[in-house]
Design a binder for this molecule. Structure first.
Ligand code: CTP
Length: 390
């Protein structure tokens, strides 16, 4: 979301729009009414390929349309205000909602980056500096100004940074939000189905939601993610990562060790069936033969083998326990050579399998267990990555 206020540097913003678009950004532009004198909405609309907004209502006498500044504020991943005049800085610092740009700024939930532009004495004025400090204390990123020729004919500090410099600050901002950039993450999720005959299997109630949320969060943090997912009914159409679907523990095992050696992080969130039938009946088992005895043999412990083969990977497991939870989980952490284990207790309502929520205790190697409240699995995934990365 690019906000333009009424300073002469506004004439440079079309080239900033071009640079942002070239980087793959979706750009929407808001102008203050006075900014129209410095740059045309049509130019900005052609370059951004979006409608450009300036007022709360799109003029149409028969059918006026309300421009929803709240939706715009929520749409953006970053709000960039360039140029930001002394007047706009003051309005932003004091919540003086006197135009559509300031209303959108006040509604925005995303980070805000501000490129001030004004004459040198205006910039240096204590009142203006105080506004900048105030805006910084509110969490806004205020960019420096350039030093050089000003529209007044004076020389000094107050020029808006050049579009290329603003672009670099923007790219840096997004990279700094992505601590997993360039990292490879492997996640197992969901149940495994161990076939008995062509129509029956041994399985469990795992939905795969926790592992899916962990994969999504890792991708949001910049990682290249590969999710190995057991049978599920998740909507994965929009997943920003690769998904490899498997059915059995043996298939999950093969998929994991195909790529484990290349990984920086691995999280085993799958509910792997510990046992499988020794033989797979080639035809459906019929009632007439009486109650069958199904002999079970153990499946490979995928996570334990990841622990044995661990080199530089950060390895995280899950533990679902019903009693002596912390002691059992800590034991599992040591036994499987993990860096951390995430404990779910079946004693907690809303935690564990087949729910949209979870309640976890994070136990890092050599760290005291840290318990979290009941949250959505998306929020839990954020907490887990926070812990892994601190
Ligand atoms: N796990 C695995 N392969 C298995 C069994 C479990 O990778 N065959 C992983 C799970 O994904 C989870 C962790 O091991 O991250 C703990 O699984 P859990 O079933 O709680 O522990 P177990 O090792 O099976 O021990 P127990 O059944 O005695 O609790």
């Amino acid at each position: 979301m690019l906000g333009i206020s009424a300073g002469i540097a506004a004439y440079k913003i079309p080239s900033l729009v071009r640079l942002l678009k070239k980087e793959g950004a979706s750009v929407r532009v808001i102008l203050t009414p006075d900014a129209h004198a410095f740059v045309t909405p049509l130019t900005l609309s052609v370059l951004s390929q979006e409608a450009v907004l300036s007022s709360f209502v799109s003029e149409d006498t028969d059918n006026p349309v309300w421009n929803d500044h709240v939706a715009l504020g929520n749409w953006a991943d970053l709000m960039l205000i360039a140029p930001a005049t002394a007047n706009s800085l003051s309005a932003m610092a004091h919540a003086k909602c006197n135009n559509f740009l300031i209303a959108t700024y006040l509604s925005a939930r995303c980070p805000v980056m501000i490129a001030p532009a004004m004459d040198l004495d205006m910039y240096a004025h204590s009142a203006n500096q105080k506004n900048i400090e105030t805006l910084e204390t509110y969490g806004n990123i205020v960019l420096p100004v350039g030093d050089g020729a000003l529209a007044s004919g004076l020389e000094g500090k107050g020029r808006m940074l050049e579009p290329q410099e603003i672009l670099e600050h923007t790219i840096h901002h997004f990279y700094s939000q992505q601590p997993l950039l360039g990292k490879k993450v492997l996640i197992t999720a969901g149940p495994t189905y161990e076939p008995i005959d062509p129509v029956r299997f041994i399985g469990n109630f795992s939905s795969g939601k926790m592992g899916y949320a962990l994969a999504h969060q890792a991708a949001d943090l910049g990682a290249e993610v590969h999710l190995i997912l057991g049978p599920h009914s998740l909507d994965t159409d929009e997943a920003p990562f690769t998904i490899e679907e498997i059915n059995t523990a043996d298939e999950m095992h093969a998929a994991v060790f195909n790529r484990y050696h290349m990984m920086d992080f691995a999280i085993a969130a799958a509910a792997v069936a510990d046992f499988k039938p020794r033989t797979l009946a080639s035809q459906k088992i019929k009632k007439e033969i009486g109650t069958p005895a199904i002999e079970l043999i153990p499946n490979p412990d995928i996570l334990a083998q990841m622990g044995e083969q661990k080199k530089n990977q950060v390895l995280i497991g899950f533990a679902l326990e019903t009693e002596n939870e912390v002691a059992h989980a800590t034991n599992k952490l040591k036994r499987k050579n993990l860096d951390a284990i995430i404990l779910n207790s079946l004693a907690d309502a809303g935690a564990g399998f087949a729910t949209d929520t979870n309640k976890i205790t994070y136990i890092g190697k050599n760290e005291a267990p840290k318990s979290f409240s009941l949250k959505s699995k998306e929020e839990v995934a954020k907490d887990i990555w926070n812990e892994i990365l601190t």
